[in-house]
Ligand binder design. Structure first.
Ligand code: ADP
Ligand code: ADP
Length: 227
């Protein structure tokens, strides 16, 4: 269980008054759940994700993973940004990008190659391991970023508007791919979006945030009829 307790964040700003981005945000993400954070641009969604994965210190409040305080990025979390190209090294192929994040992980070279191959296959990129990021479409770059997190063994995927800069058809493909990966590989997902349709389509729970400073305005349990 991932618990976010009374998270507050105030940004110090040069020459202007401090900006309060989060004003006591609390919610929980149970193992295996798919939870979306929904709110308008600028409401504090990225700030929440960065605090959740320990990249940023909240001004007050706690993030706990199975009871332990998260103060630096835990190995079981992968963060995927809107712009995958910004997180993949352009001078490395897709396979090399994955090898790079696996280099410090314990395990044999053979096991790591196997994990990389499996992860690439699960996102439909088996045939693209030796391409450079700039040789791939935006959607394929996002798949590669996802594969890298999966190869590392992340159980918790944090995604910050991951499909905001791809075309509508690619976006639908990526939504279905993410839903399938989350279901088949029993991942826990915290998904940030400003698109209510996307949030409802993908999630078990939608957490609606207020305009800044962010607080939880509503928590919605999604029950879609099974087709
Ligand atoms: P969202 O992801 O919902 O678009 P952000 O978390 O990026 O929102 O930003 C929330 C608010 O905090 C915005 O008003 C933004 O301008 C402000 N903010 C974000 N990062 C910083 C920063 N490093 N310094 C100052 N203000 C920031
Ligand atoms: P998004 O809405 O996609 O999250 P933003 O424009 O809110 O993107 O933020 C992009 C980056 O810029 C984030 O890393 C955020 O922390 C930083 N940022 C946003 N607003 C400010 C600000 N007022 N001052 C400094 N950094 C900011």
């Amino acid at each position: 269980m991932l618990t976010i307790e009374e998270l507050s964040k105030t940004y110090a700003q040069n020459g202007s008054p401090p900006a309060c981005a989060l004003a006591g945000v609390s919610f929980a993400v149970p193992r295996g759940a798919f939870v979306s954070l929904l709110g308008p641009s600028g409401c504090g969604k990225s700030t929440i994700l960065q605090c959740v994965c320990g990249l940023m210190r909240p001004t007050s409040g706690h993030v706990r993973l199975d009871g332990r305080d998260v103060t630096s990025p835990p190995p079981e979390m992968a963060l995927i940004f809107q712009n995958a190209a910004a997180s993949l090294f352009p001078w490395q192929t897709v396979a090399e990008n994955i090898r790079f994040v696996l280099r410090r992980k314990p395990g044999s070279k053979k096991d790591k190659e196997q994990a990389a191959r499996q992860a690439l296959a699960s996102v439909g990129l088996a045939a693209f391991a030796d391409r450079y990021p700039w040789q791939l479409s935006g959607g394929m770059q996002q798949r590669a970023a996802l594969a890298r997190g999966l190869a590392y063994g992340a159980d918790i995927l944090l995604l910050d508007e991951p499909f905001a800069s791809v075309d509508a058809q690619t976006r639908e493909e990526l939504e279905d791919l993410l839903a399938a990966v989350a279901r088949n590989q029993a991942k826990t997902v915290l998904f940030v979006t400003h698109d209510i349709d996307e949030a409802v389509y993908l999630s078990d729970t939608v957490i609606v945030l207020t305009p800044p400073p962010a607080k939880v305005a509503a928590t919605i349990t999604v029950e879609l009829p099974t087709p």
